[in-house]
Design a binder for this molecule. Structure first.
Ligand code: MN3
Length: 196
């Protein structure tokens, strides 16, 4: 049975950028529901012995819609809650390897941020934006619903941004752009760098 990872910070630790009520609802309602539904789906689909990564990589060919949605939802939220925190929020905290890749593939941090932001605005409906490493090349990819890049590509995920309305609606209302700007203020660049 899968269990949620503990949050390493308090629900109010990301204020004023992401508020207590959003974090509480996101962690205790949405993430929990994905976990519960995932634990049902692994029994229904007979994949109790697989790791979450094993499920994610195979789910498109072997899984039900329920398994795909909830394995994605569970795994994506683990990544998301880990890659934001009250710590290491200045880009200067990023490691040399990540900085070199961003420079090489986007030209500058500002250009990366602009591209990531516009990808976030471009997701129609519910979905995610990711920074992934394919070989030695960084790429920004979007996924719909709770899909995850590992479902269809052999890559490493460095950063995930949830752009479902539940990630921001209580505070930012329909203003996804201001949520994205606030998301950038709570990225933990040390964690992101460790995923390279
Ligand atoms: Mn979410």
């Amino acid at each position: 049975m899968f269990k949620r990872k503990d949050l390493k910070y308090d629900f109010n630790a990301l204020e004023p950028f992401i508020d207590y009520a959003t974090m509480d609802e996101h962690y205790n309602a949405h993430y929990k529901k994905y976990m519960e539904n995932l634990n049902e789906a692994i029994v229904e689909d007979g994949v109790e012995n697989l790791t979450i990564e094993g499920i994610i990589k195979r789910v498109i060919s072997i899984g039900s819609k329920k398994l795909r949605n909830n394995a994605g939802g569970f795994y994506n939220h683990q990544l998301y809650f880990d890659n934001i925190s009250p710590n290491n929020n200045a880009y200067e905290n990023a490691g040399a390897d990540l900085k070199a890749l961003i420079e090489k593939d986007f030209g500058s941090f500002q250009q990366f941020k602009a591209n990531f932001r516009s990808a976030g605005l471009d997701v129609f409906g519910s979905g995610w934006v990711w920074l992934v490493l394919i070989g030695d090349k960084l790429k920004i990819v979007k996924t719909k619903n709770q899909d995850n890049p590992l479902m269809s590509c052999n890559c490493k995920i460095l950063l995930g941004m949830d752009v479902w309305e539940h990630a921001y609606y209580l505070k930012h209302k329909a203003d996804r752009k201001s949520y994205i700007d606030d998301f950038f203020k709570v990225i933990d660049w040390k964690i992101v760098s460790e995923r390279v």
